[in-house]
Design a protein around this ligand. Structure first.
Ligand code: IDP
Ligand code: MG
Length: 228
């Protein structure tokens, strides 16, 4: 298969020999790999389908055929949501607070609440009540109450799903490089950060961890540079 994918004003070519040619308005970048036997160099062909999103692939054997990148797990809500993000005690003890906050700041989400907090046992149990029947529950409560945590409320379009992607998989060894857990942790029981798993839980958890008056309503000056 050989094709050229156009993204905005840029385009790049795909072929069965994993030859990728990236054409920018003024430059052309070529990269050829011969590592198809390695999982890390899988053909990108599976990323394309004829549905969703606004990317256009021009197949050079079937010119002008329109197709699109198909990444269902990357599609986030278009609603303004809130997510409760918490740096767990291991993240605080390991000096990762600045690094973790920075990832959400750089993404462009709005910080509405932030505090260092020693979590009492009953709050940890309420927060993780859905896991109360799990064998690891007592250890989880012990972990979350073992030292201060950093509580954060973040707001933005699609912030819940996006934050989960920034955080990565629950098991840090399965989390992708580039994610917080993928880069900074190795064990599920020490996975440095929590993120709400639904918009409903985002609201529930922020109401649980923050008192009235602890959240700020403000408009970042950068908003027009993030959202058209
Ligand atoms: P999540 O944090 O990725 O949403 P959940 O399944 O909601 O994952 O689990 C909540 C937290 O419970 C995890 O982040 C982790 O700290 C802990 N946990 C989950 N599964 C295990 C386990 O099998 N052993 C130890 N701790 C676990
Ligand atoms: Mg969870």
């Amino acid at each position: 298969m050989e094709g050229v994918m156009a993204i905005g004003k840029s385009s790049y070519a795909l072929s069965s020999s994993s030859s990728i040619r990236l054409s920018l308005p003024t430059t052309t970048v070529s990269a050829t790999t011969n590592h198809r036997h390695l999982a890390a160099f899988q053909s990108p062909a599976h990323l394309f389908s004829n549905s969703s999103l606004s990317y256009r692939m021009i197949n050079t054997t079937k010119k002008n055929k329109t197709a699109h990148i198909f990444l269902p797990h990357l599609i986030a809500s278009m609603e303004v949501e809130e997510s409760y993000i918490m740096i767990k005690p291991d993240g605080v003890q390991r000096g990762l607070v600045g690094e973790i906050i920075t990832r959400f700041e750089k993404k462009g989400f709005k910080l509405k609440g932030l505090k260092l907090f020693q979590c009492p046992k009953d709050l940890a149990e309420e927060h993780y009540k859905d896991l109360s029947s799990k064998p690891f529950f007592p250890k989880l409560i012990g972990y979350i109450t073992s030292g201060p945590v950093v509580c954060m409320a973040w707001e933005g379009v699609g912030v819940v799903a996006s934050a989960r992607k920034l955080i990565g998989a629950t098991n840090p060894l399965q989390a992708e490089p580039g994610t917080i857990r993928g880069d900074l942790a190795i064990q599920t029981g020490r996975n440095v950060v929590h993120g709400s798993d639904s918009p409903e839980n985002g609201k529930r958890e922020i109401a649980l961890w923050f008192k009235e008056g602890e959240l700020a309503n403000w408009e970042p000056v950068q908003t027009p540079w993030l959202i058209e």
